[in-house]
Design a protein around this ligand. Structure first.
Ligand code: CO8
Length: 259
C-alpha cells in the first residue's frame, strides 16, 4: 500500500515505521491512524518482519490527536474517533511481534498513548512526554487512563493526567515510562540494536512471552498462571525449543527457524 503519512524501511527482519506529518508535528488524524493500522497489519502478516520500530520524523514523535479535527466534533463523532484510535493502539499492543517506540521528541496526549501501546520505549534526551488533555477540556481518549497507571502506578498517573503534565526524558525515565534515554543521534541505532537482539531470539518464544506478560496485566493471578503454564508448554511443541536447548548443550549458537 502507498502511504501518505508513513515512511517504511525494512532490513534484517526489522520494520522501521516513521510517522511523517511534519506541518502538524505528526498529530494523529483518522487517515494517519488508518495508515498506521494498515502498516502494522502488514507487518503482522509478513513472515520476514520479526520486530517493528515506530518513530516520528522531525522534532515530534506524535504531538497528540489532531486538535483542529477534534475541535468541531460532537459527542458521537468524538466517541467514534476515540474508539477507532483506541482499537488501533490495542492491535499494536497485542500484535504477535514486538514493537519498540523510539521517542524522538514530543509524545503528547495520543502520542504518549501510542508510545505506551508499544512494548518498549527508548527515548532521545529531547523527548517530552505527557497527557495534556485536561488543559484542552477533555480526558485522554486512546486509553491513557488504562495504560499510564499500569506503567507508572496510579498515584503518578493521576498527577500527570489530572495536572496535564509534560515530563522531560530524564523524569519519564526515572518513573519507568521510558526504558532508556540516549542522545538524539544514537536513538535509532539503540532501538535497532535492541530490536536485533530480540529478533535473534526464538520468534515463538518471544511471541508467547509477550502474550503472557500482556495477559498477566489484564487478568487475575490464577488465570495468568494458567496462561503462562500453557504458553510455556506450547514452546515444547516447537522446533526452536529443541534447537535452543540442543545448541546450549552442544556449546554452539542456536539457529532458530521460527517453527
Ligand atoms: N493537533 C493539531 N495540530 C498540532 C498539534 C495537534 N495535537 N500539535 C501541534 N500542532 C500544529 C500547530 O498547530 C502548529 O501549526 P501551525 O504551524 O499551522 O500553527 C504546528 O503544529 C507547529 O506547532 P507549534 O507552533 O505549536 O510548535 P511548538 O514547537 O511551539 O510547540 C508543542 C510544540 C508543545 C508540541 C505544541 O504544538 C503543542 O502543545 N501541541 C499540542 C499538544 C497537545 O495538547 N496534544 C494532545 C492533544 S489531545 C489528544 O491527543 C487526545 C487523544 C485522545 C483523543 C480522543 C478523541 C476523542
Amino acid at each position: 500500500m502507498e502511504y501518505r503519512y508513513l515512511l517504511l524501511e525494512k532490513k534484517d527482519g526489522i520494520l522501521l515505521v516513521r510517522i511523517h506529518r511534519p506541518e502538524e508535528l505528526n498529530a494523529l488524524n483518522a487517515d494517519l491512524l488508518s495508515e498506521l493500522d494498515c502498516a502494522m497489519a502488514e507487518a503482522s502478516a509478513e513472515e520476514e518482519v520479526r520486530a517493528v520500530i515506530l518513530t516520528g520524523e522531525g522534532k515530534s514523535f506524535v504531538a497528540g490527536a489532531d486538535i483542529a479535527c477534534m475541535s468541531t466534533m460532537d459527542p458521537v463523532e468524538a466517541k467514534a474517533f476515540g474508539s477507532f484510535g483506541a482499537e488501533v493502539f490495542r492491535r499494536i499492543e497485542i500484535m504477535e511481534k514486538p514493537v519498540i517506540a523510539a521517542v524522538n521528541g514530543y509524545a503528547l496526549g495520543g502520542g504518549c498513548e501510542l508510545a505506551m501501546a508499544c512494548d518498549i520505549r527508548i527515548a532521545s534526551t529531547k523527548a517530552k512526554i505527557g497527557q495534556p488533555e485536561t488543559s484542552l477540556g477533555i480526558t485522554p481518549g486512546f486509553n491513557g487512563t488504562l495504560r499510564l497507571p499500569r506503567l507508572v502506578g496510579l498515584g503518578r498517573a493521576k498527577e500527570i493526567i489530572l495536572a496535564g503534565e509534560t515530563l522531560d526524558a530524564a523524569e519519564a525515565y526515572r518513573i519507568g515510562l521510558f526504558n532508556k534515554v540516549v542522545e538524539p543521534e544514537e536513538l535509532l541505532d539503540t532501538a535497532w540494536e535492541l530490536a536485533s537482539k530480540i529478533v535473534s531470539r526464538a520468534p515463538l518464544a518471544v511471541r508467547y512471552a509477550k502474550e503472557a506478560m500482556n495477559n498477566s496485566m489484564e487478568s487475575g493471578f490464577e488465570a495468568a498462571m494458567a496462561m503462562e503454564a500453557n504458553l510455556f508448554a506450547l514452546c515444547f511443541a516447537t522446533q526452536d525449543q529443541k534447537e535452543g536447548m540442543a545448541a546450549f548443550l552442544e556449546k554452539r549458537k542456536a539457529g532458530f527457524s521460527g517453527k
